[in-house]
Design a protein around this ligand. Structure first.
Ligand code: SAM
Length: 314
């Protein structure tokens, strides 16, 4: 039987600047708390303490964390608006042998935060990159949601405008995966309304103020959540929405969709087949057209009603 500490391997030293050669550059991606300072790991604090410099999004926010840890370090600003200009400077310092930590304002850097191009370039130059893992709002929301965790897709922030948001959702509507997305409090109701309209009434959760005093996870169907927040008004604080995968009946509908499309593709071109099936099933045209194209490319239409090969397409 596994002992509680079987997974901890004290014999293998955790990578930290202390165990690395001096003078060899290293970039450490350091996760910081998303609301509760107690969530900063011992190893993350140790890394920040040993770093030569810290690259951060907003120095005013990072200074507060460093003050809490009683750490004083040179801070290098690295955010969406100066990243292209700053990246070569950070890389130059790493090439000179500096140990540099990258933090974001909160949570795990690179997750809807700057850093991936820096990691890509640093790794391509053969400079060491390590990560000091810790809090991340999307993962915390997912595990609290009570929704399936075996397959999930993180969508970050969707478009601010409803029409563009619906188009983005249509692209992922057929995926058998839980969906995780960030949303702002003032847009929560319209976002839930778009999710309900495009994805159907799936089980979902709204996770709010995670790790903070007023942490809340509200679980329900998209319609129930929409009704609640329409009545209650937008909640305060930071929000993650998690939506479960399509329900079994929706999965059956997907099978029916394929059957209907295969039949139509036997006698119609892709565009006409998609239009006819979208009208008959009430499913979004774009989703049906996309599926029709996939079936056509897979040669699925060959197995359709006409027996050999569907209608020719332009
Ligand atoms: N890199 C961060 C992470 O790993 O959690 C995410 C950064 S993203 C720019 C910020 C968004 O994350 C917020 O708008 C909100 O949707 C979500 N978020 C951050 N902290 C949160 C919290 N304590 N509770 C709920 N959502 C949070």
């Amino acid at each position: 039987m596994a002992k509680p500490n079987d997974r901890v391997q004290p014999s293998k030293p955790a990578p930290s600047p202390i165990s690395r050669d001096a003078g060899i550059g290293e970039l450490g991606l350091v996760a910081t708390p998303i609301g509760n300072l107690g969530d900063l790991s011992v190893r993350a604090a140790e890394y920040l303490r040993a770093a030569d410099a810290i690259a951060c999004e907003d120095s005013r926010i990072t200074i507060r964390l460093l003050q809490h840890l009683q750490i004083k370090k040179p801070l290098l600003s690295y955010h969406d608006h100066n990243a292209d200009e700053m990246r070569p400077r950070l890389i130059e310092r790493l090439q000179r042998g500096e140990k540099m930590a990258l933090v974001s304002d909160a949570g795990t850097p690179l997750i809807s935060d700057p850093g991936f191009k820096l990691v890509r370039e640093v790794a391509a130059l053969g400079i060491a990159v390590t990560a000091l893992p810790g809090p991340s709002a999307p993962i915390m929301a997912l595990i609290l949601s009570g929704l399936p965790t075996d397959r999930f897709l993180f969508l970050g922030f969707l478009a601010a405008k409803s029409a563009a948001r619906r188009t983005e959702l249509e692209e992922v509507a057929g995926l058998r995966a839980s969906l995780i997305l960030f949303e702002t409090a003032p847009r929560l109701v319209t976002a839930l309304s778009d999710l309900r309209a495009v994805l159907g009434d799936r089980p979902a959760a709204v996770a709010r103020e995670l790790t903070k005093m007023f942490e809340e996870v509200r679980r329900g169907s998209l319609q129930e959540l929409l009704d609640h927040y329409t009545q209650a008004g937008p909640p305060k604080g930071e929000i993650v929405i998690v939506v479960g995968p399509p329900l079994a009946e929706a999965a059956n509908a997907a099978v029916d969709l394929d059957a209907a499309l295969l039949k139509a593709l036997g006698v119609l071109r892709v565009k006409e087949a998609a239009e006819a099936v979208a009208a008959a099933t009430n499913l979004p045209k774009r989703q049906v057209y996309q599926r029709a194209l996939e079936l056509k490319q897979q040669g699925g239409a060959d197995k359709g009603a006409r027996g050999e090969g569907g209608a020719d397409d332009e």
